[in-house]
Design a protein around this ligand. Structure first.
Ligand code: X8Z
Ligand code: ZN
Length: 570
């Protein structure tokens, strides 16, 4: 239909303009770049909203095939809905840019030090220090950034909700839940169902970790029931716990692979870290990254200006101007994150040939799952194969260590991935009033994650604002879904690669068959409802937790035995 040709042409032009301005802002935060990027985003939103309203001329049932799909996607293609009034749209985008900038510029002077340091340094303190006072100070110091974000947040909720309502959604949360090819209410039930399936495994892990931390820090700090203090889990948000693996390693497991040490000992550079990840994709038959990727990406933190360090992947011209923006540190964690980011880039490139409204993933959980799926293939055997690890694959004890480390990363994340938007959905719906923002946040943290703040938090604090995706207005349920999907994908691609052993030992490195299957799904973009894409990769049409549970089954048995021996059941 002619109408959608015009829509897609205009949206492509406005999106490229917005991407360019946003890139400059994110890699060089100044009042000017903040203004330019928010103005460009407001123009893109304005164009989308105008066309979304025009499109309602054709009633839903009157369209079919690709046009019907485009009509569905058009209003949902917006990263952020804004009121049609241009002044209000610009106010909204300015406030979001400002919140993101405040977060990026957050600093704190750690206890016993002289200079203020950034989030990356504070995060390193949280993984490395074993002094509860130092940990608490780094945690509390960073969380102060939430207070700076708070004054902007209320107005953001109000304006974004108005934008969502003008487009026919009841609020921004309902709009976010509408991008999953099912009713928003059904989607809510779907994530609850998935959480219930993985909850027993999470609880077994939580119990084990609490027992070990009590042994380290004593019963005064770590009680034998109830929540774990958030500052002891090795991560600023307690979202993944692999940072404190050394405290939790199975006794007698031997030293498992320390990827950070291997990379540091070889004096690996940031660029070489990215080359490793690129070579993985290439080994599966996917193309190398374009030369412009290497000249335009930001791989390390620049010394002379403020940037948004939170990792992201870009496709500035929606064809092949691929880039990543990261402040890479030479660690195993960043090694994995680079695979995560390149997963986005390879997705973007694979759907770049489609009509503009289809240049997106099947649903946003797919986008987040691709690179993680590849990173699941970073096994000890793989590291031997590429020459990073000199020794032969490790013994059985080390295998348990490997699984525990992966669980601390992936299983620990699940309730966190769920609760961020559990909280925001209720905020956008007006069910959590502004006076209860922080209290309700910690209620959810206790209920889902079983973690507590290091000390009492007053109503002045705004701890949600200390997590990137909240000031930046990025939906988060995508990561919860991705953490399940990646195990479904991993299992299916291993099968394609002819692997018949246990999933945690398998790697799809070098498998052209797995590569072909993966690329076929990426190339569908958003042209089909997600169950079709899921079926194309796994043969199944439902998201499920079974693959994850199978992957961790040997660990689960071991955790249960440990917990029984320690006299705690859950
Ligand atoms: O934000 C990210 C990526 C960019 S899409 C680095 N992740 C979530 C987070 O850091 O909170 C990846 C895992 C979860
Ligand atoms: Zn991502």
């Amino acid at each position: 239909m002619r109408f959608y040709e015009r829509v897609e042409e205009d949206l492509l032009a406005a999106s490229i303009e917005s991407q360019r301005a946003d890139w400059v802002y994110a890699t060089f935060i100044t009042p000017d770049t903040e203004e330019l990027s928010s103005a460009a985003l407001a123009r893109l939103i304005g164009t989308t909203v105008r066309y979304a309203h025009e499109a309602t001329r054709w009633p839903k049932g009157s369209l079919s095939g690709a046009t019907a799909r485009k009509a569905e996607l058009l209003p949902l293609s917006l990263p952020l809905p804004a009121p049609a009034d241009p002044a209000l749209a610009q106010e909204l985008t300015r406030r979001v840019a400002s919140m993101t900038g405040l977060y990026a510029k957050g600093r704190h002077t750690p206890k016993g030090e002289r200079e203020p340091v950034d989030l990356q340094r504070l995060s390193r303190i949280l993984t490395e220090s074993r002094d509860p006072a130092v940990l608490e100070d780094a945690w509390t110091g960073w969380h102060r950034v939430g207070r700076a974000v708070r004054p902007e947040f209320d107005r953001y909720v109000d304006l974004a909700n108005r934008g969502a309502r003008e487009l026919g959604f009841s609020d921004l949360g309902a709009m976010w839940r509408s991008r999953y090819d099912m009713e928003p209410a059904a989607f809510r039930r779907e994530v609850d169902r998935l959480w219930e399936e993985v909850r027993p495994l999470y609880e077994a892990l939580h119990t084990y970790v609490r027992n070990r931390l009590r042994a380290t820090y004593g019963p005064a700090l770590v009680p034998d029931r109830g929540p774990i203090p958030a500052h002891l889990l090795g991560n600023m948000w307690a979202q993944s716990w692999e940072g404190i693996y050394p405290l939790l390693a199975p006794p007698g497991a031997g030293a498992p692979v320390d990827l950070t040490r291997l990379l540091v000992e070889r004096r690996t550079t940031a660029e070489e870290m990215v080359r490793y990840a690129e070579r993985f994709f290439v080994s599966m038959g996917l193309p190398a990254l374009p030369p412009s990727f290497w000249s335009r990406s930001m791989l390390v933190r620049p010394r002379d200006r403020e940037v948004i360090c939170h990792a992201s992947a870009w496709d500035v011209d929606y064809v092949d101007d691929l880039r990543i923006k990261m402040c890479i540190e030479i660690t195993g964690e960043d090694f994995r994150t680079i695979h995560h980011e390149l997963g986005h880039n390879y997705y973007q490139r694979a759907y770049g040939h489609l009509p503009f409204l289809f240049r997106d993933s099947a649903h946003d959980g797919f986008h987040e799952a691709i690179g993680d799926t590849i990173a699941l293939s970073v096994t000890p055997e793989y590291l031997v194969k590429i020459g990073l690890l000199p020794a032969a694959p490790p013994d059985e004890g080390a295998e348990l260590g490997f699984l525990l480390e992966r669980a601390l990363e992936k299983v620990a994340f699940l309730p966190f991935g769920l609760l961020i938007d559990r909280w925001r959905w209720d905020v956008f719906a007006g069910e959590i009033p502004p006076g209860e923002y922080n209290r309700s946040w910690w209620d959810l943290k206790a209920r889902y994650q079983g973690v507590a703040p290091p000390g009492p938090r007053s109503d002045e604090e705004f701890d949600p604002g200390a997590k990137f995706h909240i000031p930046a207005s990025v939906p988060y349920m995508r990561y919860f879904l991705a953490h399940l999907l990646q195990f479904q994908f991993h299992r299916a691609l291993l099968r394609e690669a002819g692997w018949t052993g246990p999933a945690h030992r398998g790697s799809i490195y070098g498998s052209k068959e797995a590569g072909r299957r993966l690329e076929a799904v990426l190339a569908l973009g958003a042209s089909r409802a997600w169950p079709d894409a899921l079926e194309a990769i796994t043969g199944e049409r439902r998201m499920e937790a079974q693959s994850l549970l199978e992957y961790f089954a040997p660990l689960r048995r071991w955790l249960d035995a440990q917990n029984r021996a320690a006299g705690s059941s859950g």
